[in-house]
Design a protein around this ligand. Structure first.
Ligand SMILES: C[S@@+](CC[C@H](N)C(=O)[O-])C[C@H]1O[C@@H](n2cnc3c(N)ncnc32)[C@H](O)[C@@H]1O
Length: 381
């Protein structure tokens, strides 16, 4: 029975991508809110969501939600929930918290009260006075918004952008979840060329190659709930076996990445190898000024420097002009650029066909989308 309410947390601006992904994965009763998507699932859906969701930050179990304007109501509301359904007698649990526009604004106090209420509830269930907390980890979160407390347990552990292939990153790397969403929001399909001319540690090309080959983003990492008693190890095993079988190594898309920085390209190659996609990406050391858009109907997807560092602005303005000139050399291409620079279109020399507000590592940015023509029917098949 799908009686577990799950939350996929979202970076601001990616909610619609996550909602579409939840639909593609077959989840039920999907609802989108600011910063999160909720859906119903069972234990195998928790595993599926962690292994397969490319754009979400974390998968949480919603244990309960109630009004809480006093510490007493927070305590009683928390204690009324069935924590023993998930947390075992040896479970190690910590409580994190946040509070926005709520009477209960002291987060450390809220955390302490929730911890006490959960301990009281578990003492009743397990009939013990003391918990050793030597077992699996359960991170509870109390999130207060407009006086409503939402109590969750984190199934993911580390954020889902940590795929396991990027131990090394250069300056200002893009989160893998954001790179994957930028690709999802573009016209790029695996039969088209993809090029990132300022690829840094290679996140955009690598995520595109993983999408093309249908590599589950979580296949190379572990998750907090893998250690939980309630989720049978056989569910994980089967989901991983199926994910390995789903990889299509016959797909060899044309993906390119270049950067002026030699060290960045070395790291990008290393990361692509770890992700299992090094054979379908060509990385080159090349300044943007020498970049070319070869072939037809390609997509340039890039995350250039934003010019926010002291002394960098003039250089970055010139870079954006160069980017615009590059795009005009091949009118069949589409271009996608994320930046915080408000007058980007002026420098680029063209008004974007679409713009989307996104937060990249807490920086308010726009994702500028310039559409080339659609390829003719049957092209590239
Ligand atoms: C924001 S970082 C890109 C980060 C990348 N998306 C990642 O995830 O690692 C911008 C990149 O632009 C590169 N860059 C700056 N000026 C360049 C130029 N003239 N030509 C090519 N690359 C340049 C920098 O070396 C840097 O790697």
């Amino acid at each position: 029975m799908k009686n577990i309410r799950l939350i996929a947390t979202s970076t601001f601006g990616l909610e619609s991508c996550i909602k579409r992904e939840a639909q593609r994965l077959g989840f039920e009763n999907i609802k989108a809110y600011d910063g999160r998507i909720e859906f119903d699932g069972d234990e195998s859906d928790i595993v599926k969501a962690n292994l397969w969701m490319r754009f979400a930050s974390k998968i949480l179990i919603k244990i309960g939600e109630f009004k809480a304007v006093t510490f007493d109501s927070l305590f009683e509301g928390t204690k009324a929930l069935d924590w023993g359904e998930w947390i075992t007698v040896d479970g190690k649990f910590t409580v994190t918290g946040k509070s926005v526009k709520s009477a209960l604004f002291s987060v450390p106090d809220c955390q302490a009260i929730v911890k006490k209420a959960v301990v009281d509830k578990l003492k009743q269930k397990y009939k013990v006075d003391w918990f050793d907390e030597t077992g699996a980890e359960y991170t509870i979160q109390v999130a207060l918004l407009n006086d409503t407390a939402t109590l969750t347990i984190d199934t993911s552990g580390g954020s889902l952008h940590k795929r396991g292939y990027r131990e090394n990153a250069m300056d200002a790397p893009l989160k893998e979840t954001m790179a994957a969403a930028m690709i999802d929001l573009s016209y790029w399909r695996k039969n088209r060329i993809l090029y990132d001319p300022m690829c840094g540690s290679g996140t955009i090309p690598i995520e595109a190659a993983m999408i093309a080959r249908n590599i589950a983003p979580g296949l190379n990492r572990s998750f907090a709930c893998e250690e939980w008693e309630r989720i049978d190890k056989s569910i994980w095993k089967q989901a991983r076996v199926e994910a390995y079988k789903a990889i299509d190594y016959n797909v060899c898309p044309q993906i390119y990445g270049s950067d002026i920085d030699e060290e960045a390209i070395r790291v990008a190659k290393e990361n692509a190898e770890k992700a299992g996609v090094d054979d379908c990406i060509e990385f080159m050391v090349k300044p943007l000024q020498e970049a070319e858009l070869m072939g037809d109907y390609g997509c340039m997807v890039t995350n250039p420097p934003y010019g926010e560092r002291l002394g960098e602005l003039k250089k970055v303005e010139e870079l954006y002009r160069t980017l615009g000139k590059l795009m005009s050399t091949n009118p069949t291409w589409s271009s996608y650029v994320i930046t915080s620079m408000e007058y980007f279109e002026k420098l680029f020399g063209k008004k974007a066909d679409a713009k989307r507000k996104l937060f990249n590592a807490r920086i308010k940015t726009d994702y500028y989308q310039f559409y080339g023509p659609r390829p003719p029917k049957g092209w590239g098949e």
